[in-house]
Design a binder for this molecule. Sequence first.
Ligand code: ATP
Length: 436
Amino acid sequence: MENKLDKIVSLCKRRGFIFPGSEIYGGLRGTWDYGPLGSELKHNLKDAWWEFMVRQRDNIVGVQAAIMMNPKVWEASGHTESFTDPLVECKICHSRIRADQEEEIKAHEQAHKNEKVEWTEPKRFNLLVEAKLGVVEGEKSTIYLRGEITQGVHVNFKNVLDSTRVKVPFGIAQIGKAFRNEITPGNFTYRSREFEQMELQYYIPPDEKVSDETFEYWKKERMNWYLGLGLKKDKTRFRQHEKDERAHYARDAWDIEYETPFGWKECEGIHNRGDWDLRRHSEFSGTDLSYLDQETRERYTPWVIETSGGVDRALLFFLLNAYEEDGDRVVLKLHPKLAPYKAAVFPLVANKPELVEQARRIFKDLKFKGLNVAWDDRGNIGKRYYSQDEIGTPNCVTVDYQTLEDETVTIRDRDTTKQERVKIEEIPQILAKTAI
Ligand code: ATP
């Protein structure tokens, strides 16, 4: 039987959510392209994050740093030295696998079931992706495409302090691309070589108690964000990292995990980074990144609590979470905030100009009011409903003969499939109630 992940992969391709990267050239492993519906969904996801993390708070501001950075950044951050995964190679077929991924190791041994698999000793493999920058042959410099978006924030700590009125405690948020030479990309977009992250770096005084309280606060906030957008509670959990599992900078680390068809998997990490980043960048750049508390006149290097989520992973988990089958009806029960279209508008039939014109007016009016709506006048109404259910559109508005008499339409709800007759002028409020 096809599992849910396979169904999502084929739905994503069929309806234009996600395509394999560079597909017509045979693809490029670990890369994915978002199609028309996928781009809408991704925008909505990032907007929901930005709204919740930045715009609704008065001590968090945003930045968008360059992807290409001075290579010294990655020395300071420890990535050139420690951003590694353990790699083992199968002595039979020379496949390379992450030594710490038990399931992949087992699957590989299973594939060679009649031979005795031997692995090479684990080697540390650096995940940074190199690029050559410059125009003079022989003088091009080697740089790294950023392996995490975090450092673009920390190198701007002083710029943000000097150009805004923030005071510790405050946070800097960023959404953007990161690149990793993953040993085994896979499970659709779950582990890619190019992906997006959404992160908060929250600066606090260097104090154990403050850092523990702040850590707890952000753990709760982040979990509430996922649950608020519909992730099922019984499929979502926290997991604390073991000491030997933590990144080189982390004093404490917890993951928010989701139960996928391929096991419980990390969606986001919440980390106590201590003063690692600002201290190291001060040392390596020679720029003082300490902070002067204006009231106590105390000078210190702030500690950092980080929330680091993957946009693509969250998007995949929201899709898996939303997917349901009801007989031959496939429905994506996406939260209306995330749904690519907030509604679809149909004329009952396509060959009655009065119906089409009225439906067209409603469609344009809703678009003008800022609601992303779809238009469909093909086939019969039942098929159109099914087609919208499959992409998660929460409401379908149908203009029929009665509309011409009394200015009412039907609104059909994706989750209950119930229809209600309402006045045309009420449509925007009804949609806004669920969609915004
Ligand atoms: P993993 O253990 O799965 O490799 P990680 O612990 O290295 O992930 P972090 O460095 O903490 O991940 O990155 C923060 C977030 O970025 C992760 O929680 C995840 O959502 C996302 N992320 C990391 N690596 C990838 C990847 N290769 N593809 C897609 N998203 C990723």
